[in-house]
Design a protein around this ligand. Structure first.
Ligand code: ADE
Length: 239
């Protein structure tokens, strides 16, 4: 079965958007994956096709109705066993290991939140897993869904030209990626590190590893502390 992303959104016209160009777009055109953007509003039942209402208990904004969203989910994945995600700044942060799992499965149903949120009852009743792409607030889940889908699609078999580039990149080994250089040899007085043009593959590999480690320590102490093979040690500041 072809890997498929089903997106439930109030703005289906936002798709494929950036997913229709470059690597993901070419793979979409050649049938390596499928994208289905469904309009949540098609599941509204009243005359005004309303999808939202004011929050119980008061407060600003509007909340996506449980009945309408539940009907949209049921219409989208009837009888299928696929991961159901809700893009939300409240979710657990998306990780590369979660992306790998999603890419290895049949492909998710992704709900894009809007307004102030989604009625909690539908999150529970339809077992939606809330996923965040970072600690900032977007105006809706669509761009977050695109980020998640893009991260999955590039890992599908046949999508990346050279499979190796999927393994030697940031996060795969728990480290950020080492710096890259290409021609010209001199740029505004800066030259390419000698080791990289030495032809000594072992030295190049050692240099890259140490650069990746130094970058990770400096920029992402959280990743450095949690890198694979690292025994969890008690920090001296823990008391
Ligand atoms: N919707 C709004 N902000 C979001 C975020 N940071 N991650 C996922 N979905 C969102």
């Amino acid at each position: 079965m072809t890997w498929r992303a089903t997106v439930l959104t109030l703005f289906p016209e936002m798709f494929p958007g950036p997913l229709g160009v470059s690597l993901a777009g070419k793979a979409l055109t050649s049938g390596l994956w499928r994208l289905e953007a469904r309009d949540i509003r098609d599941s509204a039942t009243d005359r005004h096709r309303s999808v939202d209402d004011t929050p119980a208990g008061g407060g600003p904004g509007m909340v996506l109705r449980a009945d309408v969203l539940a009907a949209a989910i049921d219409a989208a994945d009837a009888g299928q066993d696929r991961p159901r995600l809700l893009m939300s700044p409240r979710g657990r942060p998306l990780t590369q290991s979660q992306v790998k799992k999603l890419a290895a499965g049949p492909g998710p149903v992704v709900v894009c939140g809007r307004f102030e949120g989604v009625d909690q009852r539908v999150i529970e009743a339809r077992h939606l897993e809330e996923v965040s792409i970072g600690d900032y607030v977007l105006s809706g889940g669509e761009i977050a869904a695109m980020a998640l889908i893009d991260a999955c699609v590039r890992l599908l078999p046949g999508v990346m030209g050279k499979q190796a580039s999927g393994e030697d990149e940031s996060f795969s080994e728990g480290l950020l990626e080492y710096p890259q250089f290409t021609r010209p040899q001199a740029f505004e007085g800066r030259t390419i590190p000698e080791i990289l043009i030495s032809g000594d593959h072992a030295k190049v590999a050692a240099w890259r590893k140490s650069e990746a480690e130094a970058l990770t320590r400096a920029r992402r102490p959280d990743l450095w502390a949690a890198r694979p093979g690292q025994k969890a040690t008690k920090s001296t500041t823990d008391g």
